[in-house]
Design a protein around this ligand. Structure first.
Ligand SMILES: [Zn+2]
Ligand SMILES: [Zn+2]
Length: 269
């Protein structure tokens, strides 16, 4: 593998105690990228050219607002809006139906118009991987995003590093098996890359181990959720909470790969 290996980051992630090592990495990367975008890079013309071109998805737009650098956001928006306004004017002008005021009532014209808007909102229109795909979910009109694309690039290399470490670093494998495993989303993606890149005999070994890790940890979180419900029964009011106090956000994370209990991420400078 020629690209950078994220061995240190992955080792930290499996030791983090998080319900999913990749969710933990994703959060770290996301915060670092937000700090990059709204740090001072928005004054660098090459970065601003890129943010103007791609824009940001709905999720990251909200994060940028919450982060709180008003001047930085204003600079980024200034350039992005200039680009969007130019594109929109061009596209609407190029549409004969709109320019001439002709009817757009036929199904074909409607579809054509919808297509124009869609391509405008989706930035470059590139279908990106896990982060933006999952982040934006059904909001595919928002799939073009500068932060999602930066994260996608790193994430692909992190997945490759993960498979590489299972093959080359026995200690990493042992730590992983003692960790809380993955959310469903990252489990599928980690499995896929391991199946594709590991030698068949090694994949045979790891497939069973990864499956066990996922299933055992889902069982554990299920028990926590079940007990949380039991705890609300008055007969259990004096019983121990066990591990159930934060079972709701942890179960949400296991299912969809998110940290719903996280505080808003703000500019810490
Ligand atoms: Zn995850
Ligand atoms: Zn995004």
């Amino acid at each position: 593998m020629k690209e950078k290996l994220y061995t240190i980051e992955l080792t930290d992630a499996v030791k983090s105690g998080d319900e999913c090592c990749f969710c933990w990495l994703e959060r770290k990367m996301e915060q670092e990228n937000l700090e990059f975008v709204l740090g001072s890079s928005y004054m660098e013309s090459d970065v601003r050219d890129q943010t103007s071109l791609h824009g940001f998805c709905r999720h990251h737009t909200k994060m940028m607002y919450d982060y709180g650098n008003t001047l930085g956001n204003a600079w980024i928006l200034k350039s992005r809006m200039e680009k969007v306004r130019t594109d929109l004017a061009e596209r609407l002008g190029a549409s004969e139906g709109i320019a001439s005021g002709a009817s757009v009532s036929s199904a074909g014209s409607k579809k054509g118009l919808a297509g124009k808007f869609k391509s405008l909102f989706s930035g470059t229109g590139r279908q990106v991987g896990s982060f933006s795909g999952v982040r934006s979910g059904k909001d595919s009109e928002n799939s073009g995003c500068y932060i999602c694309e930066r994260m996608d690039e790193i994430y692909v290399r992190m997945l490759d590093t993960f498979a590489w470490m299972l093959e080359h670093d026995p200690e990493f494998g042992e730590t992983l098996l003692k960790s809380k495993g993955f959310c469903l989303r990252h489990f599928e993606e980690a499995r896929e890359v391991c199946e594709r890149t590991l030698k068949p005999e090694l994949w045979g070994e790891w497939e069973a181990k990864l499956n066990r890790l996922m299933l055992d940890n889902l069982d554990r979180v299920q028990e926590d959720v079940n007990w949380l419900i039991e705890k609300y029964d008055y007969r259990n009011k004096d019983a121990d909470w066990r591990e159930s106090r934060d079972a709701v956000p942890r179960a949400m994370q296991k299912l969809v790969g998110t940290h719903p209990a996280d505080p808003v991420f703000r500019d810490r400078r």
